[in-house]
Design a protein around this ligand. Structure first.
Ligand code: ADP
Length: 598
């Protein structure tokens, strides 16, 4: 619909009313004036006719028609009126502006007929004789109550019409001036009303665009406009406050959701994603902006998750389940799905909370494997001990040397049991410590640790072909737990000696580099195949199970080394080439306290 501006809405009707009123007034005034002038003329003509009757009466009585004609001509021209005398039968006997002999019967003329009937009558019509509009007034001439003739006086209307035209022109001019004045006044008035409203409109549009910090000016306006502006300002202030509060709450919610480790994902009743936090995006591999408004099925292609979501949408109870996500490896996610309800209790959708339990599941598996491994490791020597003890009890060998051999085996297996238990206790103690922060450390000379470890190990070995060489700055120092560090070096050296063939050399190097101390035990033994290297530091992992057992290994030595390094805030690494040898390195941080005395 075409909408006009308020200015025109006020101004145009106002002007229409003014113009219509002016036209009506002009018309009414000119009609009244015309009526007034005509009435004047009618009275004048009647009076004149009556005066003429007084003069014509005797001539009529005498039947002197010629004298009547002369009279009519004289008085007609001197009085500037047309005079006609008509007999009862309609014959014209006197006419100021024509020859009566040529004139037809006037008995049926509109003004004559009523006069012949005894009434003064008048009419306005076109005269064929004078060729103009005229007012005729006919007065009966009576004798003894009988109409004997009619005196008609007539006058042209031209002068009245001309006078009226002048008057009408003046009225019209006055009307136009009045209309112009009214137009100016009404335009001013309309502007006075519409201008502040336009200011309101601009202000309201600014509010609609979100500029709620601006205010409408209320000065120099009418009471209603000021009240409207104040109401709009109050509305804007309240909206501003509410929006600020809502934004603050939303930011808080966003912050809470964003900082949650759990994945939070909300869907509506049509399974469309309506909200999700960063954790969900990271874990499920989604882009927040892209998936919002998309369906869950389309975005997360995991049947387990979709089924749980559908169960939560369909039922009234929360549902729980675990799903496996195959993305960058396997991830176990525990899902809690529950219905989402609005303030009035109506169902809006469902909320899914996903907990990453991969680590927990991995630890459970590790624990299960560890228990199975420990049981297995313990069972082997115990079975052996039990077997030989039973043999000695039930069926003792006749040869005492055999019994001694049996007892030696029992003793060796008991030692093995002891070694496993000692290593397990050692690991358990290392795991119980709270890490590097709580480890008791003192300034230690590395060379002393290495020498002690070599002494311990060479005392155990009988293989004199193997030589151990130490390459360490004599005054290299670092803060360490000397006993644990010595045990780690002993374990590495033990392995190197065990797995070196004969006539080989083991080299222990210690170096300070980049604020850390690296101790490497390098042998020239059989080496470790690449597929075993990544798992070599796991508990009970052995590259060569049979050989390790034969050499009396517990499978825990390297795990202990790794834990000791980690307890110091460092790490243990291994490199190896099959047939050429292995190198195990412990790298320990020095907290900037490495010193090499000079
Ligand atoms: P173990 O008590 O069996 O020696 P470890 O944890 O010390 O247990 O070592 C784990 C496995 O790593 C060993 O069984 C062995 O197969 C392999 N290994 C360790 N050190 C060496 C080495 N220097 N050379 C070759 N293999 C080694």
């Amino acid at each position: 619909m075409l909408r006009k501006r308020l200015l025109w809405n006020i101004f145009l009707p106002f002007m229409t009313v003014v113009i219509v009123a002016l036209v009506l007034i002009t018309m009414h005034t000119s009609r009244s004036l015309r009526g007034f002038f005509y009435e004047q003329m009618r009275t004048d003509l009647t009076n004149r006719a009556q005066l003429l009757i007084a003069a014509v009466g005797p001539l009529l009585d005498a039947g002197d028609h010629e004298a009547i004609q002369t009279f009519a001509q004289e008085h007609g021209h001197s009085g500037d009126i047309r005079i006609t005398v008509v007999l009862r039968d309609g014959q014209v006997i006197g006419e100021s502006h024509d020859d009566p002999a040529r004139m037809d019967s006037h008995a049926l003329r509109a003004e004559i007929a009523p006069a012949l009937a005894g009434r003064i009558s008048d009419t306005i019509r076109y005269s064929a004789t004078t060729r103009q509009h005229q007012m005729y007034v006919a007065v009966p001439i009576l004798r003894n109550g009988e109409v004997i003739a009619v005196m008609r006086a007539a006058h042209a209307l031209t002068t009245i019409d001309q006078a009226l035209a002048v008057v009408q022109q003046r009225i019209a001019l006055g009307g136009v001036l009045l209309a112009l004045g009214a137009a100016a006044v009404s335009f001013g008035l309309a502007r006075g009303i519409s201008a502040p409203l336009r200011t309101m409109q601009i202000g309201a549009a600014r509010f609609a665009r979100g500029r709620l910090d601006t205010r409408l000016q209320t000065r120099a306006s009418s009471e209603e406009i000021v009240a409207l502006a104040e109401a709009l300002n109050a509305m804007a202030a309240q909206l501003d406050e509410r929006i600020t509060t809502i934004e603050k709450q939303r930011n808080e919610q966003e912050a809470v959701l964003a900082s949650m480790v759990e994945c939070v994902l909300a869907i509506d009743r049509d399974e469309t994603i309506i909200r999700l936090n960063q954790a969900s995006c990271d874990v499920l591999g989604l882009d927040q902006q892209t998936v919002l408004g998309r369906s869950l099925q389309e975005s997360v292609r995991n049947p387990g998750l979709i089924q749980l979501a559908r169960q939560a949408l369909a039922g009234s109870e929360p549902v729980e389940g675990e799903i496996i996500l195959r993305r960058d490896g396997e991830r176990h996610l525990q899902v809690h799905a529950t219905g989402l309800h609005g303030p009035d209790g109506q169902r809006l959708g469902a909320l899914l909370v996903l907990n990453d339990v991969t680590r927990m599941r991995r630890l459970e598996t590790l624990r299960r494997d560890f228990v199975a491994n420990v049981s297995h490791e313990l069972r082997t020597p115990i079975t052996s001990i039990k077997g030989f003890v039973e043999t000695l009890q039930t069926d003792p060998p006749p040869d005492p040397a055999a019994s001694v051999r049996f007892l030696a085996i029992i003793n060796r297996q008991a030692d093995r049991l002891q070694a496993i238990i000692d290593d397990l206790l050692c690991l358990s103690r290392l795991e119980q410590d709270d890490g590097p922060a709580s480890l008791a450390r003192e300034d230690t000379r590395v060379i002393e640790i290495l020498l002690d470890a070599v002494n311990v190990c060479t005392a155990r070995t009988t293989d004199e072909e193997v030589s151990v060489r130490i390459d360490c700055p004599p005054d290299l120092r670092l803060p360490a737990n000397a006993a644990l560090l010595e045990q780690a070096v002993v374990n590495l050296l033990d392995n190197a000696l065990k797995h070196s063939g004969t006539t080989r050399e083991v080299l222990i190097t210690a170096r300070a580099e980049h604020g850390r101390v690296a101790i490497t035990v390098r042998d020239e033994g059989r080496g470790i195949a690449p597929e075993h290297l990544p798992r070599i530091f796991e508990r009970f992992y052995r590259a060569d199970r049979a050989r390790s057992r034969a050499l009396g290994g517990t499978g825990l030595g390297l795990a202990i080394v790794k834990h000791i390094a980690q307890a110091h805030g460092g790490e243990a690494t291994a490199t190896s080439t099959v047939g050429e040898g292995s190198a195990f390195t412990i790298v320990l941080p020095t907290d900037g306290r490495v010193t090499i005395d000079t």
